[in-house]
Design a protein around this ligand. Structure first.
Ligand SMILES: NC(=O)c1ccc[n+]([C@@H]2O[C@H](COP(=O)([O-])OP(=O)(O)OC[C@H]3O[C@@H](n4cnc5c(N)ncnc54)[C@H](O)[C@@H]3O)[C@@H](O)[C@H]2O)c1
Length: 383
């Protein structure tokens, strides 16, 4: 078993998810590579004890990411920081020769993303990927197999999105994710867009143009003292894209719906594809169900398939048992380590988001900002 020694930079919500996934690596009996967390960096020392108590392999804690990167024992880093820090810290990690799992949106804006990609190009021996876990749900893996086998026929329409309602309550205090200087001008698109676009972009469905409508629904929020301050980030985004299917050369409409204010929703990822031969849809609200409609000229009937634990990376969990969020995080990390160790993903749709794919995200979201500003359809440059 090969061990990759990791540093975590940003030990908040997502840093802990990675650490917990690393702690249950024994779930993945076929993996020949595993992570070991040796350094934690966070500005908040109150976060250290949880890591230190649960991970005796951690030999260093620091509030300075440069000290982590200077540690020669660290071979790879997971950076889970607010968006305004992505460019500086991702570039520093790559320049230090550390393999990088970064977080979305992989740079606060397109200029930051361009700079990160330029650093990656200068260090081709460093493995760089971006986190996104929803394709690792078994039902999504099945949906992706249908795409890979060209089983859908001509694509009629794609609907994809991510909805939650964490921000419906106007008295919820503002945090960095609602502040433009830390979260970025993309707002909800930077936060939720990677989840909705991972599979379409891996399928090669690159939008040619976009018409976007962005909504700022809650314009003020209390700060930590209770004083109302402006909340300028976009809460919701609806993008309508003309998209080309490389398998048929035909265009189709793709709708991307990203909402932080979607009443009733908690963590709702969905993908729906209508095709002339097969249509398929998945929603994380009923995550183990894949709905499929095969059309052979006869009755048009949706079939519901209950998926269990049929994961891309073999798991010790029994095949009939339900799969959940933290399982998808574990699978995603297996994908990162597998590709790092073997030089290619296990399967086309069992790989983490590539830097080139993050570049496409940025082009789409930058065009969406312009589309909303000018109330017009904006072309997306294919290069
Ligand atoms: N893949 C997913 O499902 C998912 C979910 C949520 C967030 N994210 C992404 O993960 C990243 C982090 O989000 P989060 O929810 O974990 O945020 P968080 O606020 O919970 O954690 C961020 C951590 O960074 C620390 N930090 C801030 N500045 C620092 C600095 N200069 N040096 C060291 N530490 C510093 C903070 O103290 C905090 O603990 C973001 O890019 C976000 O978009 C991804």
């Amino acid at each position: 078993m090969k061990t990759i020694r990791f540093g975590i930079i940003g030990g908040g919500l997502m840093g802990r998810e990675f650490a917990s996934a690393a702690a249950r690596w024994a779930h993945l009996p076929d993996m020949d590579v595993r992570p070991e967390i040796v350094v934690l960096c966070d500005k908040v020392p109150a976060l250290y004890p949880w890591y230190q108590q649960n991970f005796p392999t951690i030999a260093q804690v620091t509030d300075d990411y440069r000290a982590l990167l200077a540690n020669p024992r660290v071979e790879a880093v997971y950076v889970a920081l607010p968006h305004h820090l992505h460019r500086e810290v991702y570039c520093a990690a790559i320049a230090a020769g550390k393999h990088l799992m970064g977080e979305k949106p992989f740079g606060i804006d397109r200029a930051a993303n361009d700079a990160i990609l330029a650093c990656a190009r200068q260090h081709p021996d460093v493995f760089v990927r971006c986190s996104s876990e929803s394709p690792f749900f078994p039902a999504m893996q099945r949906l992706c197999e249908l795409i890979e086998r060209n089983a859908l026929g001509r694509i009629i329409e794609v609907n994809t999105g991510f909805l939650h309602s964490s921000d419906l309550d106007p008295s919820k205090p503002i945090n960095w994710k609602r502040m433009i200087e830390f979260n970025g001008e993309y707002g909800v698109m930077g936060d939720l867009g990677m989840h909705a676009l991972h599979v379409p972009l891996r399928a090669g469905w690159t939008p040619r143009n976009v018409r976007a409508i962005l909504s700022d629904i809650v314009k003020q929020r209390p700060d930590a003292t209770g004083r109302l301050v402006p909340c300028k980030t976009w809460d919701n985004a609806s993008l309508f894209c003309e998209t080309l299917d490389p398998a048929t050369g035909e265009p189709f409409p793709m709708f991307i719906k990203l909402q932080r204010i979607a009443p009733g929703q908690k963590n709702h990822w969905f993908t729906e594809i209508s095709g002339t031969k097969t249509s398929v849809r998945w929603s994380s609200v009923r995550a183990d169900i894949l709905e499929v409609l095969d059309y052979n000229g006869g009755e048009q009937a949706w079939t519901q398939i209950q998926t269990g634990h049929e994961t891309a990376f073999k798991s010790i969990t029994g095949g009939i048992f339900q799969f959940g969020f933290s399982d998808s995080i574990l699978q995603m990390w297996a994908a990162f380590l597998f590709e790092l160790a073997h030089g290619k993903p296990l399967k086309k749709f069992a790989g983490c988001v590539t830097p080139q794919e993050t570049h496409l995200h940025h082009k789409i979201f930058t065009a969406a900002l312009e589309s909303h500003r000018t109330a017009s359809v904006v072309k997306i440059d294919p290069n």
